[in-house]
Design a protein around this ligand. Sequence first.
Ligand code: NZQ
Ligand code: ZN
Length: 388
Amino acid sequence: MLGNFTYCNPTKLHFGKDSLDALAGEMKNYGKNVMLVYGGGSIKKNGIYQKVVQILTECGKNIVEDGGVMPNPTVEKLYEGVEIARKNNVDFILAVGGGSVCDYSKAVSVSVYCDEDPWDKYFIRFEDVSCKIVPVGCVLTMVGTGSEMNGGSVITNHEQKLKIGHVFGDNVFPKFSILNPEFTYTLSKYQMTAGIYDIMSHILEQYFSGTDDNTSDYISEGLLRSLIHSARLAVKNPQDYEARSNIMWTATWALNTLVAQGKSTDWEVHMIGQAVGAYTDATHGMTLSAVSMPYYRHIMPYGVEKFARYAVNVWGVPAEGKTDMQLAEEGLAAMESWMNEIGLVMNITDLGVTEDMLDGIIKATFLNQGGYKVLTPAEVKEILKQSL
Ligand code: NZQ
Ligand code: ZN
């Protein structure tokens, strides 16, 4: 049965080939000092930076640049961004990049007026925001995280060997996001497929939980079918606009909080993946693909009916004459074969994990309660060993 919920998603989206045209209109709503946040330079190579700067200049904004946001943004970079924002009295933060740039921008936005250490307050103690927030807008260039329409912000602390996400409330969601699928054409195949698996993982984390009959799971099945189909096309032809736009739109719906309403969720693959990320700094989506099959095979017997449903409704496995267990196994085999087909990383050794890291990774793994089996540290170890 659907549980009670209050649903609000305040992010305004502009989607399509001409969506950057909406930026000037949006910027009229905000003050003069705009902090332009971006990553390691891809936006300068593909020309998005130049277009954005031109629009901001025509709008009469003072641009304060904060580039060099790394994939898996660090706490040190967060402190640096907060200083830049404070020194320049920033009115608005425009994130131009992928999930890392968007997540980082949200972390800065809630920290500029925060009197405490934001790492301790938000990422260790998981406290709510109690200060003024600098509004954020986003021009998305990498698809996967859903950060363009949610309150998620994941920060890595290498010294403490922790990678932790805080899900902020809807007052921290981007005020608007500009989604032009063509902006993603310059992504490497590695990043594109990592993003595709991140999307799949977000949906599965919310799908593989609970035994009730609810609309969210039907929506998730539709999103998964679109993603599986479009991913195959995009891998063959990265400039297939239809496929890339479907993937972009699916990513947003996968994690804009809609499909989690009224139901329980798992998120254990992300907990293990983030711990792997804290030790290796590997690409987020690949940390998830590398541990997923051992994890799902491990928990499948505890949620076999849902896995059988997944096989039939998502992978089109014929059901006749088969037990739930047989169907569930065939569904997972179909998923594994698709993962290999699109070229995902299937083990953590390829991400740089060595056996001596396992105990640390287990310690850094949060054990969630919402999945079909609450893992023990020994089970995390077993899953990690199978992922090596
Ligand atoms: O830094 P630049 O030079 O821009 O290069 C980036 C980066 O190297 C490159 N890139 C982005 N757009 C490009 C491009 N290269 C060529 N052409 C383009 N158009 O791609 C690389 C990866 O970018 P990044 O932003 O790190 O990837 P992603 O979007 O996957 O974000 C990953 C971060 O988001 C967090 C992850 O943990 C990780 O820290 N997540 C955020 C979530 C959320 N907000 O809800 C949920 C997710 O589960 C995830 O945990
Ligand atoms: Zn993710």
